[in-house]
Design a protein around this ligand. Structure first.
Ligand SMILES: C[S@@+](CC[C@H](N)C(=O)[O-])C[C@H]1O[C@@H](n2cnc3c(N)ncnc32)[C@H](O)[C@@H]1O
Length: 267
């Protein structure tokens, strides 16, 4: 796959979406919500264009700043093909798809692991992400330590059962409260996907302190319409805590759903 193709595809998809909305306005003005509320519609389209341009630009910045990620697109494509079957089964049999991370983010998570080779990983918000990270741990040639935490003990139990049925280690799975009571030091890579919006807002500050300098945090659900406060808050926190932030929208936005992830690298 050529460099930058994922970013280009994402921008084309957004332009196609905008084109469809505009066509609707001109063809069926009486039925189009955008024609009835033009200011609101224009505001939304401008927001979409801005997020789209930021996503494409940040994918380029990321590859420039981290030469290890130069072939991120290729590695993500490979991970999608490898994970697709288990992911579809997971979101059919185990969890609702909008609770689990997206297949796109699962593939970026696996690709980041393979290319950046973290050895200490925190999986905050257990589920399919726990499977991805432990599968990376099982394939790696050196010891990888994955800690999975969850605010919901019952859900954690569900995750343990799933990991064991998949033949993966369910070691070091604990509740957020247990985890907070221990000093586990810092992590090379952290995925923050704990609970819903309130838990996310409440725990982000603590989670960011767990990333080692030079380490990375992946924040899911930026741009999620059901978590409107979270995206702006996460951006402010990353900047205040001296993380360099990258929108992963071009790589992690699902078709038809506006949630995507951001990557923060601690300076
Ligand atoms: C935002 S997600 C975490 C998803 C996880 N990272 C994954 O990749 O599947 C799910 C959060 O919702 C909670 N949860 C509770 N019941 C759940 C259910 N039936 N399905 C999925 N998540 C559930 C858990 O506390 C968990 O932290």
């Amino acid at each position: 796959m050529k460099r930058g193709t994922a970013a280009r595809r994402a921008v084309l998809r957004d332009l196609e979406h905008i084109g469809l909305r505009l066509r609707e306005v001109f063809r069926h003005p009486s039925q189009s919500p955008a024609a009835r509320h033009p200011v609101h519609a224009a505001h939304r389209l401008l927001g979409l264009l801005k997020a789209s341009a930021e996503g494409a630009r940040d994918t380029r910045r990321l590859k420039r700043d981290f030469p290890a990620l130069a072939d991120l697109d290729g590695s993500v494509g490979k991970a999608v093909r490898e994970l697709e079957a288990t992911y579809q089964e997971y979101v059919t049999m185990i969890s609702r798809w909008d609770w689990a991370i997206s297949l796109e983010l699962a593939a970026v998570l696996m690709a980041c692991c393979r290319l950046l080779r973290p050895t200490r990983i925190l999986d905050a918000g257990s589920g399919y992400s726990s499977y991805v990270l432990r599968r990376y741990g099982a394939e790696a040639l050196r010891p990888i330590h994955v800690t999975s935490v969850d605010d919901d003990p019952e859900w954690l139990e569900e995750t343990r059962g799933y990991l064991m049925r998949q033949g993966l280690s369910a070691n070091d799975t604990l509740t957020w409260d247990e985890f907070k009571g221990q000093d586990r030091g810092e992590f090379d890579l952290v995925l923050h996907d704990l609970g819903h919006e309130n838990e996310r807002l409440r725990t982000l500050s603590d989670v960011l302190t767990l990333v080692r300098p030079g380490g990375a945090v992946l924040l899911d659900d930026v741009g999620n319409p059901h978590m409107e406060r979270y995206g702006p808050y996460a951006r402010r926190m990353l900047s205040a805590r001296r993380f360099r932030a990258y929108s992963l929208r071009a790589l992690t936005r699902e078709r038809g759903y506006s949630r995507y992830a951001m990557l923060g690298v601690r300076l």
